[in-house]
Design a binder for this molecule. Structure first.
Ligand SMILES: [Zn+2]
Length: 276
């Protein structure tokens, strides 16, 4: 039986997720520590990009405020942000291919958004919107999705199955790695995962913070083990010559500074790797 772990939070207010506050905080922390970082504005995606990965009626229903978004609301501000959050990952991927390097987008990959349904704070699946936009622009491009969030990427799996999409390699750690006793095996298995991605032109890496031991919705890796995870991913993919666009994904510790610190560690790993 497949156990599906969800990012659902016992939120005090309907539609609340700490993730929505993260991008600004993470950017401030990154820029404070590395003022030399080059920051580029996200190029928004459009309806055509969205309907490559999603049912057209679902996309229109969300954009027209007839269908509730991943926060369970029909809030115009949330919907207006969606073309930028998916656009941020596509923009990062575009620059990663140009620079042949790891480029970050300070957003989630929204892996619970399925082909025709929003769920668990995810409305449009930025990972799949980006993968399919890249393949539309570059026919034959091999795209990998390495999802190291704590939770199973059920939305991504659903879209791949609905579209019978065989040319995207998708690995989601939430399928099998959850227990503290599995931590060493998970870390030892990263090389195997990277081998499966070695033929890709680009990997979209979902560097979730919620596998942290102290996360209320996660819990099996220490701070050092998370940093080692990221080091293995960035060093491994750089050695293989595979471009990387990476995103934040989940993280629910309070205060949120604890989550921001994990994303700072991921950026540190990316920068260290680029200098080797
Ligand atoms: Zn998660």
């Amino acid at each position: 039986m497949r156990v599906v772990y969800s990012d659902r939070v016992n939120a005090p207010v309907q539609g609340y997720s700490p993730s929505a506050a993260k991008p600004a905080l993470v950017m401030a922390a990154w820029q404070s520590r590395w003022p030399e970082l080059i920051v580029r504005p996200p190029v928004p995606v459009n309806r055509s990009d969205l309907i490559r990965a999603h049912d057209a009626d679902f996309v229109d229903g969300i954009l027209d405020l007839r269908i509730a978004n991943g926060f369970g609301t029909k809030n115009r501000d949330v919907v207006d942000s969606l073309i930028y959050t998916s656009g941020a990952l596509l923009t990062a991927a575009t620059w990663a291919l140009i620079a042949k390097a790891a480029v970050a987008a300070p957003v989630s990959g929204f892996h619970h958004a399925s082909w025709d349904e929003a769920a668990d704070f995810c409305t449009f699946n930025g990972l799949m919107v980006t993968a399919l936009a890249l393949q539309a622009k570059h026919p034959g491009m091999r795209v990998g999705i390495l999802d190291y969030d704590y939770h199973y990427g059920n939305g991504t799996v659903d879209i791949l199955e609905q579209l019978k999409c065989a040319d995207v390699v998708h690995l989601t750690a939430g399928e099998q790695w959850h227990l503290e006793a599995q931590a060493q095996d998970f870390l030892a298995n990263i090389d195997e995962d990277l081998k499966r991605l070695s033929a890709c032109d680009i990997v979209l890496y979902q560097a979730g913070a919620d596998p942290h031991l102290d996360d209320p919705l996660g819990g099996f890796l220490t701070t050092d083990q998370l940093a080692y995870r990221d080091e293995c991913v960035f060093d491994g993919l750089r050695t293989l010559g595979v471009a990387v666009a990476w995103v934040l994904a989940g993280g629910y510790q309070q205060p949120i500074d604890k989550v921001v610190d994990i994303h700072v560690n991921t950026m540190a790993a990316a920068i260290r790797s680029s200098r080797r």
